[in-house]
Design a protein around this ligand. Structure first.
Ligand SMILES: Cc1ncc(COP(=O)(O)O)c(C=O)c1O
Length: 436
């Protein structure tokens, strides 16, 4: 049925009004687009616009919207079995676990499925305490690990996530992340003391004896905190510290996983194998599934019933996950993101001479951040104007960062070269329009 333009505009207005009435105001939206259908890198709105999606639903649809292989797998599974939970076994659970451990770093071969990133993080925190018999957990300022109580206690990217919601989980401590563009005082090219573990040493010396620490939880590249790429060797240093003190290293790959950074997982850039890895987002390409993957020696410290879930390992979501992993491999999408990501970095870095407020361009693969500064201070208002100018030109972007002054580019790994050029052209025009 064709909708007239007037009718569709009216229905968009009505829909937005109902949304405001019915949906919790806590569930913020980055744009007022009302998306009706989507395919590949494109969102099609109810009022007839086609918008290039450089957000992937916050880093989820790595294969693009409605990738045919995932769609096929989901359709087939819907016709067979949806759900049994813990009442029985089912083949898709084993298939998804097998597919997952075939791509996680060696030794990470035991899986607990949940439905989201936060659930994977909760599971990791509980398992780390149970497996070590220790209580303390260390996370990083600027981190985002989710919003359930355990996960939000680790999260330290914005104080508003905590307003009048405490007390939080006891035993969690934060140290600085090596965010050299903003947080460090060392000169360019000089070694970063934070990446060398200075803050952790101080914490161990003054507040938290290392033998009481169950886990260090880290994003290999900080996501919500500003797409912060730490100096090479930072993760190796964490591994060394954990090995010295019998602490478990937990890598939160919820946003960085499944090819996003140009490798299947971001820890691979540093050649580090964590003890526990949290994944979600890209695993289901839009179907809700997450997982906590651990070394069998760690996972085996949990016994039947000590943790659980009703929906985790849902058969339809598992079928999607298997198709996602097969497609990432067969289409060599991590390699593609690595190659095309370099092009984005190069082009965006070239904009800095025309746009001095573009303070830093950083990232890996298709996880790229553009940080905007004005007179040495973060420029959230300018960032907001650029994003609005881009949406007006049919390119959807997201911000992130401690001050919301970073634009994150997270296109699907299946983006065509034409779409990439089109997106970057719009972004450049938006920088000009917003007076960057
Ligand atoms: C690194 C990281 N961990 C955990 C989460 C939480 O995932 P979810 O929103 O699926 O609970 C996110 C979400 O953005 C994330 O980026």
């Amino acid at each position: 049925m064709n909708r007239s333009i007037v009718d569709s505009r009216l229905s968009v207005a009505t829909l937005l009004e109902k949304d405001r009435e019915l949906i919790s105001p806590a569930m913020g939206r980055y744009s007022d687009l009302v998306v009706d259908t989507a395919e590949g890198a494109w969102l099609h709105t109810l009022d007839g616009r086609s918008v290039l999606d450089f957000t992937c639903g916050i880093g989820v649809t790595n294969l693009g919207h409605r990738h045919p292989a995932v769609m096929r797998a989901v359709h087939e599974q819907v016709d067979r079995l949806w759900h049994v939970s813990g009442t029985a076994h089912h083949p898709q659970l084993v298939a998804a676990a097998e597919a997952l451990v075939s791509v996680t770093p060696a030794d990470l071969n035991s899986v607990f499925f949940g439905n989201s990133g936060a659930e994977a993080v909760e599971a990791a925190m509980k398992l780390a305490r149970r497996a070590t018999g220790r209580s303390e957990i260390i996370a990083f300022l600027g981190a985002f690990h989710g919003r359930t109580y355990g996960a939000v206690t680790l999260t330290a990217s914005r104080a508003k996530y905590r307003v009048q919601m405490g007390p939080f989980l006891p035993g969690v401590h934060h140290v600085r992340y090596p965010y050299c563009f903003r947080m460090c005082s060392h000169g360019p090219g000089e070694p970063c003391p934070i990446a060398a573990g200075e803050d952790l040493d101080l914490l161990f010396q003054t507040v938290v004896p290392p033998e009481s620490v169950a886990a260090i939880v880290v994003e290999p590249i900080q996501g919500e905190g500003g797409y912060v790429v730490p100096p090479d060797g930072f993760l190796r240093k964490l591994r060394e510290i954990c090995d010295t003190h019998g602490i478990l290293l937990v890598a939160d790959e919820v946003q960085t996983g499944f090819g996003r950074t140009g490798r299947m997982f971001a820890v691979e850039h540093d050649g580090v194998v964590p003890d526990i890895m949290c994944v979600a987002k890209g695993l289901g390409n839009g179907l809700p599934i997450g997982a906590m993957v651990a070394k069998a020696s760690v996972m085996s410290k949990w016994h039947s019933g000590e943790h659980g879930t009703t929906y985790g390992g849902n058969a339809v979501a598992c079928a999607a996950a298997v198709a996602v992993i097969e497609t990432l491999r067969s289409e060599r999408l991590p390699e593609r993101a690595a190659a095309l990501g370099e092009r984005i970095l190069e082009r965006a870095r070239g904009w800095r001479s025309d746009h001095p407020r573009l303070g830093d361009v950083r990232g890996r693969g298709f996880m790229i951040g553009l940080e905007f500064m004005e007179n040495g201070r973060p420029a959230p208002e300018l960032t907001r104007r650029i994003i609005q100018a881009a949406v007006d030109r049919n390119l959807l972007l997201l911000s992130c960062g401690l001050d919301e002054n970073v634009i994150r580019l997270i296109p699907p790994l299946t983006l065509t070269e034409d779409e990439l050029t089109q997106g970057l052209d719009i972004l450049k025009a938006s920088l000009e329009a917003a007076g960057a």
